[in-house]
Design a protein around this ligand. Sequence first.
Ligand code: ADP
Ligand code: ADP
Ligand code: MG
Length: 476
Amino acid sequence: MFRKILIANRGEIACRIIATARRLGIRTVAVHSTADARAAHVAMADEAVAIGPPAPADSYLRADHIIEAALKTGAEAIHPGYGFLSENPDFVTAVEAAGLTFIGPSAEAIRSMGLKDAAKALMERAGVPVVPGYHGADQDDAHLEGAAEAIGWPVLIKAVAGGGGKGMRAVARPADFAAALASARSEARAAFGNEAVLIEKLIERPRHLELQIFGDGTDAVHLYERDCSLQRRHQKVIEEAPAPGMTPEMRAAMGEAAVRAARAIGYRGAGTVEFIVDASDGLRPDRFWFMEMNTRLQVEHPVTEAVTGLDLVEWQLRIAAGEGLPLTQDRIPLTGHAFEARLYAEDVPAGFLPATGTLAHLEFPETVRADTGVRTGDTISPWYDPMIAKIVAHGPTRAVALNRLARAIEDTRVAGTVTNLAFLGRLARHPGFARGEVDTGLIDREIDLLAESPAPARAIEAAALLEAAAAPAGPR
Ligand code: ADP
Ligand code: ADP
Ligand code: MG
């Protein structure tokens, strides 16, 4: 096992990784921008190295500075977290060239899944069902529109280099195709420097189900599914495991497809295989299709940890250290139900506008797991992702877990910035969601109800502010 690792990330995921490393007796090195000099992840690590100014391009994306920090501090391996350099094959190559271990898959595996068109072609060859559509090289406008016509309306235009829900446009009829194509391309060019697109059949009222997988380079296992259907603008808001209505047949079929995907690329480490599911007639083994594979630890991994009782970061570290897969498929437990809600600094009534501010107060109830990288007094800056925390609740049944989640959201105290807390609270108490009637359009259909001006929450925030102001200043 490693004696010392460097974490090339910040915020909640850096703190999350440091906690497991410490439990395994591993020393940790944090890296930070000048904006993060006093951040929680820096305070938690055994050592910290400054790697540049606030802009990610000058710090958390500076592969050279990060590798130099690892060499200087004697770290043997680098954990990339998610986002930033986690899915950058050139970074993996550079880390390995420096004689260090990358805690994650090979550069080759990342590259083969990096572009959605190539990934779909690869999965098709491996016998994994993919979303019907066109993912060829011909990017001519008329050709793409012809492909859409052949697939049948409505279709989804997707950036092949896409991520985080960007570069995607749904098109219902031929008259709207040209404009949608132009805007998907320009968003893709700006966000990814690549304007190539693919066309997919738009699955109506779909569910997003994804399989957590682990590989050791040869063999692979899955740690069951997560349902991430509660989304807004193609971004996940509340995730859960297992999926409501899951059947043994569907789980076996999806698990087999995910493991086949991992084996096809000799996958090593943690990964997620994302599928889109037509659940208009229940969950049926012939109605799920591969969308993409994320070759890293996923934001929502805690729900899988809650239902399996396993530590996914521990698995990543053990596999990277050469131990092989910790458990065989038949030994992986599945107990109860879990939810995760993503608490963001954002203005929901204003259209989910990212917000900033200094947290005058931040406190979570002890009844749940709260993964966070900020404390009372810390600042949510415009430089990085505005996620404040992930609230994770587990219970013996879905109803109990959801009740715990809703209660925990209501008992969370946050002041100093606008947040989506009230929105999450309403979502957790939504009757359709409680019945497990989830699909990716639920939030949009119910937005007026879910996003109304948060009057009661304001009162709570004001009370918390007063309380925080009255409390004597103490060590954080
Ligand atoms: P999930 O939330 O399921 O883990 P996402 O695709 O939403 O997966 O991305 C997770 C993290 O990776 C987020 O922090 C997001 O900002 C970041 N991310 C996703 N795609 C990209 C990308 N193309 N470039 C930079 N960061 C990305
Ligand atoms: P990203 O890399 O941005 O995460 P994905 O391909 O994973 O892109 O898609 C993100 C989300 O967009 C999915 O979770 C789903 O809600 C929606 N989506 C993707 N493909 C389809 C499709 N063919 N039909 C309907 N919705 C889709
Ligand atoms: Mg995705």
